[in-house]
Design a protein around this ligand. Structure first.
Ligand code: ADP
Ligand code: MG
Length: 611
């Protein structure tokens, strides 16, 4: 566990070393202040209880070889003199003031050390979150169809939070507490090594008992976070499907499902938190037990008039010993908090360390423009092992032509066009552009040649202007207006409240389907790619907006190379070549009239739509 913790720390703490150094310095400072402030207790007790009847004489001090005894003697002598001159009460007041001042300095030190840790903690958490986001942007689409969205959101939010709560908070403890323990033990040894040896024999026993409490916590916590993922997933699904839930009056059903997963979450959480809570009372109990045992031992020494330690010093010793208990307790808290954080870190690493199967070639061939053709050569592809969605596909899209793909839903049309921009990689065969295997060219170069218009227009919660210029740096207003006009979008954009600066709402929620589609066409027009992929671009639309969109598409397709998937066959009648897909295979190809004449799959699809 420690090894994993240190490796996590070394991954994230580097930029914040400066803060760490300051925390160490300030902690040492305030710990020593802590010890010194309690030293004042000794003369105070002596005065109050009039225990000390001995008379102390100053001894000359040799600053090179300060020994403890001379130092103590002279301190006592100094206090005696103060009492003689000012009286015992005034001395008590002076000692009290010294205590207050030192405590003020000490607590300021504590504050400082806590304050320098804040930027470190928030910084580490921010770094992790941004790293995960960056990775999410880079991972291929396939990664997200396998992993539920809610689960990923949970990993990015709750797990990062758990790392913050446990690990980064532990850094604080892991710096402060060992320093506190070290300083206290140095003091304890200085005061009485005999007692301290005794303490060191008793204490590890308690430590071992403590460790027994905090096993299994990491696994528990992983289960809890997974369940949190399901909760988020259900919430996400519900928000997206509210319309259907209401239509089917399924509120009760959804509620029961949500209640069930929450009940499960609660049960696991109970077990985990109860286990955590056991640690605190347990360490308190063990701490007090140790103190008592030491009290017996020291009491025995004092009652027997042994000259190992005097009563006031013994009380000082006990105070210091007592102040070791707390750091030890906190330290043991880290031992059950860190596993919780490490479990979450594992879940975050699942994303961070996920391998991206879509690899950039080491030595990319240049692909600055599109010159001759896109070609599929005996391509076989499946999302999962053993079930091929595309089988032995060979087709050629010459430059400037329009090729249409038709076929039943589920026949693999969308999958086929997703292979061109390398959203997935083919398992067998190759996809070539201008005779170059697309696996051998830079992904950004490949994708910049391609424009997409899909069934669902994907827009962002931003202005019309920013949605249209999404993929293009530094476009001017004239260019945007031009693109919008080509896409039949200019008129309705101008009618909106602030024209091109109107916010379009979450995912374009304030627009109709046809309007959203025309904005996404304007985006493709502005990008001006030589290759165009249209995946059922008009199928979600009513006839009126379909006409406007179709018109826009035809303008967009002019002088480009297009692969069009069409739901309504009427829209692709004029394609240069039509491929009919059935169950992942090309079963027919030709032009519209030829295919009708052949009286096969195409004819059947066509007839069904004429009804
Ligand atoms: P079409 O666009 O022709 O309707 P698709 O290419 O979307 O068909 O789907 C072809 C087949 O691949 C279907 O059987 C579908 O279930 C499957 N499929 C599509 N996308 C995925 C995915 N992300 N993961 C696994 N299977 C998928
Ligand atoms: Mg499809």
């Amino acid at each position: 566990m420690l090894k994993q913790f240190l490796s996590v720390m070394s991954r994230y703490l580097k930029p914040y070393r400066k803060y760490l150094a300051w925390a160490v310095v300030l902690n040492f400072f305030s710990q020593w202040m802590n010890v010194f402030s309690f030293v004042v207790l000794i003369p105070i007790l002596n005065i109050l209880f009039k225990i000390d009847s001995a008379v102390y004489e100053y001894r000359p001090m040799d600053w090179q070889h300060l020994d403890k005894e001379t130092l103590t003697n002279n301190a006592y002598a100094w206090v005696q003199e103060l009492i003689a001159v000012h009286g015992p009460f005034a001395t008590l007041v002076m000692m009290g003031c010294a205590l207050i001042v030192m405590t003020a300095i000490k607590t300021a030190g504590y504050f400082g050390s806590a304050a320098v840790m804040v930027p470190l903690r928030t910084g580490v958490v921010k770094d992790i979150r941004v790293q995960v986001y960056e990775k999410v942007l880079r991972l291929p689409l396939g990664f997200f169809s396998e992993e539920r969205k809610g689960d990923i959101i949970a990993r990015m939010s709750a797990d990062v939070q758990a790392v913050e709560n446990s690990i980064t908070n532990s850094i604080d403890m892991l710096i402060r507490q060992p320093i506190a323990i070290l300083v206290c033990f140095v003091t304890l040894f200085a005061v009485s090594w005999q007692l301290t040896v005794f303490v060191l024999i008793v204490a590890p026993l308690a430590g071992w008992l403590m460790g027994a409490v905090s096993r299994k916590l990491k696994r528990k916590s992983a289960t809890v976070q997974e369940l949190w993922g399901s909760i988020i997933a259900q919430l996400d699904e519900t928000l997206g499907g509210l319309r259907i839930i209401k239509a089917f009056i399924a509120e009760q059903k959804m509620l029961r499902r949500f209640d069930a997963v929450n009940g499960h979450y609660r049960k696991e959480m109970n077990e985990m938190v109860i286990r955590q809570n056991a640690a605190h009372p347990m360490s308190e109990f063990l701490g007090t037990t140790i103190i008592t045992v030491v009290l017996w031992f020291g009491g025995l020494l004092i009652l027997n008039q042994s000259n190992l330690i005097d009563a006031s010093t013994f009380i000082f010793y006990m105070v210091i010993l007592y102040s070791v208990i707390n750091p030890l307790k906190e330290f043991s808290k880290a031992s059950y908090q860190i596993p919780v954080g490490l479990a979450s870190m594992d879940r975050i690493d699942f994303i961070l360390k996920a391998e991206n199967p879509i690899k950039e070639p080491a030595d990319p061939e240049p692909l600055a423009s599109f010159e001759s053709a896109i070609e599929f050569r005996d391509v076989t592809f499946g999302y999962a092992e053993g079930r091929n969605v595309l089988k032995h596909i060979s087709l050629r899209v010459p430059k400037g032509k329009t090729v249409a793909l038709v076929g039943q839903s589920g026949s693999g049309k969308s999958t086929l066009v997703d292979l061109v921009p390398r959203y997935h990689d083919v398992q067998q065969g190759e996809v070539l552009i201008d005779g170059k295997n697309i696996k051998g060219v830079r992904i950004s170069e490949l994708r910049s040649l391609i424009g997409n218009v899909n069934q669902e227009a994907i827009l962002f919660n931003d202005t019309f202007f920013n949605n249209i210029t999404f993929g293009v740096e530094g476009a001017t207003m004239e260019q945007v207006v031009e693109a919008a006009k080509i896409a039949n979008a200019h008129d309705f954009i101008m009618e909106s409240e602030h024209g091109y600066d109107t916010m379009i709402g979450d995912r374009g929620g304030r627009l109709s389907g046809g309007q959203r589609q025309r904005v996404s066409i304007a985006r493709a027009v502005l990008k001006n790619p030589p290759i165009l992929i249209l995946d059922e671009a008009t199928s979600a639309l009513d006839t009126e907006s379909e006409r406007l969109v179709q018109e826009a598409l035809e303008r967009l397709m002019r002088s480009r190379t297009t692969i069009a998937i069409a739901h309504r066959l009427s829209t692709i009648k004029n394609a240069d070549e039509i491929y009919v897909l059935h169950d992942g295979e090309i079963v027919e190809q030709g032009q519209h009239d030829e295919l009708i004449a052949r009286n096969g799959y195409y004819k059947r699809l066509y007839d069904m739509q004429q009804l």
